[in-house]
Write a protein that binds this ligand. Structure first.
Ligand code: SF4
Ligand code: SF4
Ligand code: FES
Length: 912
């Protein structure tokens, strides 16, 4: 470990760090702007100046930028040197000459890095007396505000947007004092990571626009540790609340998972909890054919208990409900009568994925692992749309090659501009094989477009090239054979190869081919990792619980084996064809729905019980990595809303089967005891009895304006603050806030650090893991190093059918996911439904973008406009299932098209 001397004291620091990183990791307060732990140094702002001395005899030293100098063994620096102090104060003074000093009306105020650094440097008096330059701000879409006058030209935004996230519609314009950060003209920012600018920018240039409409100062916001519910990656979040309303989501650093960044679906999708579809009181349909009416909790429970006494109830669980909620339903109806509530194909694919992960030698990749992969093969998955944050990691993975080049040239990896300069366009191999183009293609070594069967065949061929024991692919065209060899070679030469696949194509063959590739790599001694993109926040957890299929549930109703169907946090119309769901709901004598949204299934129920959304409940979710993570309640639910597990516990008790659950910990423990694969879930976070110095962790900051003043106009008597018996977190500003378990951090704050940059104070070393380890506990580890028997079901090559198209599922980051699309800001970005068609096929049919066609799939019909996609293979069409109603649940399937002119597609020339 290098030893450096800071202001006369020796310290050990991590090898290879720069002086700024070293000083911050040691706990020193050294101001900075342009450096970012995930993006490295460019030395642009000059704010991190320190004095460096050369040898013991150097009395004078020289000013250096701490972020640009390695913390080499023997370095001697001074942070407090008067010249360095004066330099830093003058830097901030010149950065602020044009700053509007509008903190009182700036949304960043109170959590602003610029405010913090201004105070840290001691710059308190403004001497600049001339006219300030002013800019016109831009409309940037529904997610971000723009106030360019606040810019200090640190260049972080453009570095994040363009270099880190690959966006192309944002840049820096003009020069000198007029440098401008924005789009070339007003318009919606295209990158799905744009929301990170609100945290990346150290001032109030970019702020969270939906939050601006319901704004509160940071110190008056209550925070809680949570987990994103909008895909399966399990990004850690911090929702904020005020007056009982969820206001915004901030990134919650987890070094193994999301690091410093979220996707825009995760950041802005939370607002569904405030949607008009929220259920807030029980509903009961008292007469057959009547409307559901609000009912008292006691009446509904009485009614429900009577239904359950018949003993002929079945339960349908949910991949968006917690482990505890699903387990409680399973306890209520019995193991044999619990069904997973997944579409038939999804349930099969998830079981296959779990089998692969448990049986094979390839470990699941965390997002950090994905970022460090030095060769990646994406098979069948449109990653930016199905697992957005993973796409950001893969974009960093292609930089591994340039980092290695930098190592060879002895350029420190944090020297961002130098590394990029030295590496030029060098990239690590990334191969993407998907039905349609993806937004990662721009950094791919090579892309391949094919129908799912052809993608699977490519995967099988790659595996065979790596290990001849893996089955060969018959009748493989030469060009695909060459590509397979190229991919196999790149993966085989890599130290940390990664194979990415998932449920996106709805193809078991694709998943099996991906497993063969990863296993073959393990077989030849490579530490290959696998990442499967799966649909929902607890898809994996639900599958680990296990249960019957939705078809089993429908059959039970059909055959009279079930009278009452209890549906937990699930809209069945998203899971199966309309006809099948209609039939089940109509034939069941009683339908009971527990949910927070009044969706179509809930509308046809006899009883609807309002449950807490993720902001009003706590529980455990299992990410696609197999990482169990706990989310905690933010808001005490109003009126009759209860957490799902509480309703189910009450029902168990009312039915004379009191499970003895007084809090969430009891349900978690019962679940862990009953299911060996979930045995370690209690370790995902400390239990409700956890205390530090006898105190709970406080969800409110000590700077909170307080409770009395809020209602002073009404009464000065303070209501009793709510209590939270289910977690070690308090709802008030009373409690502990200091070193705490990483899974319980409700907000990042430290003395002098009011912005999100306070996370530095919670990490072992800046940019490293959180103190005590990153949150979550992995549930799935490979059980053997031996390669199991390879999958050998190589499919036939895709063959077009005259007059029909294979319609495959496509995905949209804004629109495919059920909950986020209800958030008003995300709703603005949801596209209209469409049928994607290859350009040649469209030309052959004499149709163009926007032409209306009628699609017939397995007897179901939908009318959609055409979206011409040049990348789609001939004979293949695509639909976004969630945008097209329940017909989307039938995908992939062969379908017929009828053009609105009246001609059917089969009557015209099929494929050009
Ligand atoms: S807009 Fe923000 S992040 Fe971008 S250069 Fe200006 S201050 Fe830095
Ligand atoms: S990638 Fe998934 S889990 Fe992460 S923020 Fe986006 S939607 Fe949420
Ligand atoms: S942080 Fe070092 S120059 Fe900007």
């Amino acid at each position: 470990m290098p030893r450096i001397n800071i202001d006369g004291t020796n310290h050990e620091v991590a090898p290879g760090h720069n002086l700024l990183q070293a000083c911050l990791s040691l706990g020193f307060n050294l101001p900075y702007f342009c450096w970012h732990p995930a993006m490295g140094s460019v030395g642009a702002c000059r704010q991190c100046a320190v004095k460096q001395f050369h040898g013991d005899d150097d009395q004078h030293g020289r000013i250096v930028m701490a972020c640009m100098v390695e913390a080499a063994d023997g370095a001697r620096i001074s942070i407090g040197d008067p010249e360095a102090v004066k330099f830093r104060a003058s830097v901030i003074e010149w950065l602020m000459t044009n700053h509007p000093h509008d903190c009182p009306v700036c949304e960043e105020g109170g959590e602003c890095h610029l405010q913090d650094m201004t105070l840290m440097t001691g710059h308190i008096y403004r001497r600049y007396r001339f006219k300030k330059r002013t800019f016109r701000n831009q409309y940037l879409g529904p997610f971000l505000t723009h106030e360019m006058n606040r810019c200090i030209a640190c260049y972080r935004c453009v570095r994040f947007y363009r270099e880190y996230a690959g966006g192309r519609d944002f840049d820096v314009f003009a020069a000198h004092n007029h440098v401008y950060f924005g789009r070339h003209e007003d318009g919606v920012l295209e990158s799905e990571f744009s929301g990170n600018l609100a945290e990346v920018c150290p001032t109030g240039v970019f702020d969270d626009k939906p939050f601006a409409k319901v704004y509160e100062r940071k110190w008056d916001l209550r925070g809680t540790p949570s987990v994103c519910v909008h895909c399966a990656l399990g990004c850690n979040t911090m929702p904020n609340e005020r007056y009982g309303t969820a206001r915004r989501i901030l990134n919650r650093y987890n070094g193994e998972v999301n690091g410093y960044f979220l996707c825009d679906r995760g950041r802005f999708g939370f607002d569904f909890v405030n949607s008009s579809l929220r259920l807030r009181q029980p509903l009961l349909r008292r007469e057959s054919g009547g409307q559901p009416e609000p009912a008292a909790k006691t009446e509904v429970l009485r009614h429900l208990t009577a239904l359950l006494s018949s003993g002929r109830a079945i339960g349908i669980g949910s991949p968006r409900a917690s482990l505890e909620a699903n387990f409680a339903l399973r306890e209520l109806v019995g193991v044999e009568r619990f069904h997973l509530g997944l579409s038939a194909s999804e349930q099969e694919l998830l079981a296959l994925i779990i089998d692969i992960l448990q049986r094979g030698p390839a470990r699941t990749a965390s997002l950090k692992d994905a970022e460090q992969a030095d060769a990646v093969f994406v098979l069948g998955e449109d990653v930016p749309d199905t697992a957005p944050r993973l796409a950001l990691s893969l974009r960093q993975a292609v930089r591994q090659k340039s980092l290695e080049t930098a190592d060879q040239m002895k350029i420190p990896r944090w020297q961002d501009a130098a590394v990029r300069n030295a590496a030029q366009q060098q990239r690590s191999p990334l191969f993407i094989a998907t039905p349609d183009a993806t937004r990662l293609d721009d950094v791919a070594t090579c892309t391949f477009r094919g129908a799912p069967d052809d993608l699977a065949r490519l995967g099988f061929a790659v595996a065979h090239e790596i290990d001849a024991a893996s089955p060969a692919v018959p009748n493989l065209p030469d060009d695909i054979g060459v590509l397979a060899r190229q991919i196999a070679q790149a993966l085989g030469n890599a130290k940390r190869p990664l194979v990415v696949a998932g449920t996106g194509c709805s193809s078991a063959d694709v998943i099996q081919a991906a497993a063969n590739v990863a296993w073959a790599l393990c077989g030849v001694g490579r530490a290959a990792k696998l990442s499967f993109a799966i649909p929902e926040c607890n898809s994996l957890g639900l599958s680990l619980i296990g249960g019957g299929t939705l078809q089993d549930a429908f059959d039970a109703v059909e055959q009279g084996a079930a009278e009452t169907v209890i549906v937990l946090e699930n809209d069945l119309y998203r899971r199966a064809g309309r006809a099948a769901v209609d039939r089940c709901l109509n034939r069941a004598r009683h339908v009971v729905v527990f949910d927070h949204l009044l969706h179509e299934t809930a509308r046809s129920a006899e009883i609807v019980l309002p449950v807490g959304a993720f902001t009003e409940a706590e529980g455990t979710l299992v990410s696609n990595e197999g990482r169990a993570q706990r989310f905690f309640q933010l808001i005490v639910p109003e009126a009759d809303i209860q957490k799902s597990w509480q309703w189910l516990r009450d029902l168990l008790s009312a039915s004379g089967r009191d499970p003895g659950w007084t809090g969430l910990d009891d349900v978690t423990a019962a679940c862990a005891n009953a299911l060996p694969t979930l045995a370690s879930i209690p370790q995902a976070a400390p239990d409700a009895d956890f205390r530090v110095n006898g105190a709970k962790i406080r969800r409110e900051t000590h700077r909170s304006s307080g409770r009395t003043s809020i209602h002073a106009a009404v009464t000065v008597h303070e209501p009793k603050p709510p209590e939270d018996p289910d977690s070690p977190l308090s709802y008030t500003m009373e409690g502990y806030y200091g070193a705490m378990p990483s899974s319980l951090i409700p907000y990042f704050w430290a003395p002098s650090w009011n912005s999100v940059r306070a996370v530095n104070k919670f990490q072992d070393e800046v940019g490293g893991p959180l103190r005590g380890g990153d949150p979550g506990i992995r549930l799935i580890e490979p059980t053997s190093e031996a390669v199991p028997r390879y999958f050998d079901g190589v499919p036939e090559a895709f063959a077009m059918r005259p007059g029909e198209w294979l319609i495959v599922p496509l995905h949209e980051i804004f629109g495919s996911e059920e909950l986020s699309r209800l958030a008003s800001a995300v709703g603005e970005r949801v596209p209209q439904p469409y049928l994607a068609l290859n350009a040649d096929d469209a030309a052959g049919l004499h149709i163009a973008d926007g032409t209306m066609v009628t699609v017939t799939l397995a007897g179901e019909v939908s009318r959609l406009p055409i979206s011409v996609r040049p990348a789609l293979p001939a004979g293949v069409a695509g639909m976004v299932a969630a945008l097209c109603g329940s017909i989307g649940n039938l995908l992939p399937a062969w379908g017929q098209l009828t053009i609105d002119s009246g001609a059917t597609a089969s009557e015209v020339d099929h494929h050009g």
